[in-house]
Design a protein around this ligand. Structure first.
Ligand code: ADP
Ligand code: MG
Length: 339
């Protein structure tokens, strides 16, 4: 080759990491999703300097087998899918086998885990994608991952990060969003040694919402539910006496994955049109449960956007569900039957 270079594996990993790991919050999301996939009922998150200095996450899930532990950092190693068919019926949060590879290529990682069938735990250390040690390590249960000095080897990326307090805010948002749709998991978060969040893990979405938003929001929750042709739409909105000046109170989950969606945003806008002041937006927790074959989750690198096969049907069902609840709460005046 004359002018072409074949890029080294180290460089290709760093380039690929850019897609998955944008900031500390993206690491927090990926690592928590791994804990959920491992069947954890407790996830403990500790952050220092907005996660830039350190992200530490412990879970009590099934653990990683000692024969697998160093391979989780390779690209495209996953225990979650095997065949092309599996891609179209994904039930886990992860499936691409990219996150730990991406994270470990731009940080220093310590991973300690004890597989549920093993007597002993195991500890590995990886720096900038290179394995530096593997030892037997006494560990009671589950997995702990410590991610330090994010972007230590990519100073240009480090420069793009915001202040620790802003990065912290992004991390907190990620944890809160996930905690709301996994109420059976107790989430605990400490920031610079101070407790920031605690959800009880009692299985109730209301309890998780109360932990995150407080009792005022809890008192004003109104629930909705509709099931049509296998599509289940349910959730809560907050009585629009409490509203926001932006759509930041739109919490959308599809098959327990937090997503952004123009379709669902405009559907909520439309449903609330006559029950909220112009320029104000409701707080809505919307859960859509849909057959995995009717939705493509593989259209966005951080899986934040998805594609419904039948957008109109989803829109109409959500609209009907929300409107019915607004009407029965008399938030929309019903037409006067006598006139
Ligand atoms: P993916 O989640 O897409 O499979 P990751 O790079 O996030 O890819 O993780 C690679 C693999 O490491 C997972 O498939 C899983 O087998 C294992 N793993 C990662 N974190 C954990 C954890 N907390 N508990 C158990 N296994 C884990
Ligand atoms: Mg993952």
């Amino acid at each position: 080759m004359k002018e072409l270079n074949r890029l080294s594996e180290e460089i290709t990993h760093i380039l690929a990491a850019g897609e998955v790991v944008e900031r500390p919050a993206s690491c927090v999301k990926e690592v928590i999703e791994n804990s959920i996939d491992a069947g954890a009922t407790l996830i403990d998150i500790r952050l220092e300097k907005g996660g830039i200095k350190k992200i530490e996450v412990y879970d009590n899930g099934k653990g990683i087998h000692p024969e697998d532990i160093e391979y989780v950092f390779e690209r495209h190693t996953t225990s979650k899918i095997k065949s092309v068919d599996d891609i179209f019926k994904i039930k886990t949060m992860g499936f691409r086998g990219e996150a730990l590879c991406a994270i470990s290529s731009v940080s220093k990682v310590i991973l300690i885990s004890r597989h549920y069938q093993q007597e002993q735990g195991c500890k590995v250390e990886v720096e900038g994608g290179k394995l530096t040690s593997k030892t037997v390590y006494p560990f009671e249960k589950g997995t702990k991952i410590i991610i330090e000095d994010l972007f230590f080897n990519t100073p240009a990326r480090l420069k793009f990060l915001k202040s620790p307090s802003t990065e912290q805010k992004y991390c907190t948002e990620v944890v809160e969003k996930i905690a709301i749709c996994y109420p059976e998991i107790s989430f605990r978060m400490q920031v610079d040694s101070k407790r920031q969040l605690f959800t009880p893990g009692d299985g109730k979405v209301e309890s998780a919402i109360a932990s995150v938003f407080g009792s005022e929001i809890l008192k004003n929750l109104i629930d909705f539910y509709l099931e049509e042709q296998g599509l289940k739409v349910w959730g809560y909105f907050v009585n629009p006496v409490l509203s926001k000046s932006t759509r930041s109170g739109y919490y959308f989950y599809v098959n327990r994955r937090f997503i952004r969606s123009k379709l669902l945003s405009s559907c909520i806008d439309e449903a609330f049109k006559n029950s909220i002041l112009t320029g104000r937006f409701p707080i809505v927790f919307l859960f859509v449960e849909i057959d995995p074959v009717d939705v493509d989750v593989n259209v966005h690198p951080a899986k934040l956007e998805i594609k419904f096969k039948d957008e109109r049907f989803v829109y109409n069902t959500v609209y009907k569900a929300v409107l019915k609840a607004l009407q029965s709460e008399k938030i929309i005046p019903k037409p006067d039957l006598d006139s």
